[in-house]
Design a protein around this ligand. Structure first.
Ligand code: HEC
Length: 168
C-alpha cells in the first residue's frame, strides 16, 4: 500500500503522491486506511467464523458493540430507515433510492462487499452520527438521540451487512 500511494499505480487513475506528500503523511494515511477501514475485513480472512447466512465472512471486528453500552433496537431502526434513509440508500440498501439519481457522490451501497467487509456497528454508528461533509449525507446527531442512531445502525448492520432480517 505504501508503494501504491508513493508511486501510484500504472494504467489507473491512482496518482503518485511522492511529490505532493512527505513520507510521514503517506505513512499516516496508509495506517489510517489499514486500521480504520480495513482491519475488520483483514482480520476476517484468517479468523473467519461460521456465522450462518450471508454474514459468514464476519470477523471479530464485526461483533463489536456500540460505544456507551448502547444496544440498538433493529425493529425501531427499520421503521426509521424506511422513512428517512431509504429515499437515498434504497429499500434494499443498494444505494438506489429515488433521490439517489439527483445527488453526487451517490449514497453508499450497503450491500457492496467493500462496505460489508469494512463496516461494523461502531463504524456505521459514527458514519450516521457525523454524516459526510461534501456529500448529501446528513449528520443525524443533530436530529436523533444516541439511542435512535444505535437503532437505525443496528438495522443497517443486520439487514445489509449481515444479510439477516431485522427481527429474529
Ligand atoms: C439525502 C440523501 C441521504 C440520506 C437521507 C441518508 N444518506 Fe447516508 N449517505 C448519503 C451519501 C451521499 C453517502 C456517501 C457519501 C460518500 O460517498 O462519501 C452516504 C453514506 C452513508 C454511510 C457510509 C458512510 C461512509 O463513510 O461510507 C452510512 C453508514 C449511511 N450513509 C447511513 C445512513 C442512514 C442510516 C441514514 C438514515 C438515518 C442515511 N444514511 C440517510 C446520502 C444520504
Amino acid at each position: 500500500m505504501l508503494n501504491s500511494v508513493t508511486n501510484g499505480r500504472p494504467n489507473t487513475a491512482m496518482a503518485a503522491f511522492s511529490g505532493r506528500l512527505p513520507k510521514s503523511d503517506i505513512e499516516a494515511v496508509v495506517d489510517y486506511v489499514r486500521v480504520v477501514l480495513m482491519l475488520p475485513a483483514t482480520s476476517g480472512i484468517s479468523g473467519t467464523k461460521a456465522h450462518g447466512g450471508q454474514g459468514s465472512q464476519a470477523s471479530e471486528g464485526m461483533t463489536l458493540p456500540f460505544a456507551n453500552g448502547l444496544t440498538g433496537d433493529p425493529v425501531r431502526g427499520q421503521k426509521f430507515y424506511m422513512a428517512n434513509c431509504a429515499t437515498c440508500h434504497g429499500i434494499k440498501g443498494d444505494g438506489k433510492g429515488p433521490r439517489a439519481y439527483f445527488i453526487n457522490p451517490k449514497p453508499r451501497n450497503f450491500i457492496d462487499k467493500n462496505f460489508r467487509f469494512a463496516f461494523n456497528r461502531p463504524a456505521i454508528y459514527t458514519a450516521v452520527y457525523d454524516g459526510r461533509l461534501g456529500a448529501e449525507m446528513p449528520a443525524w446527531s443533530k436530529v436523533l438521540t444516541d439511542q435512535e442512531i444505535a437503532d437505525v445502525s443496528e438495522f443497517v448492520f443486520r439487514r445489509f451487512v449481515q444479510g439477516k432480517p431485522a427481527a429474529k
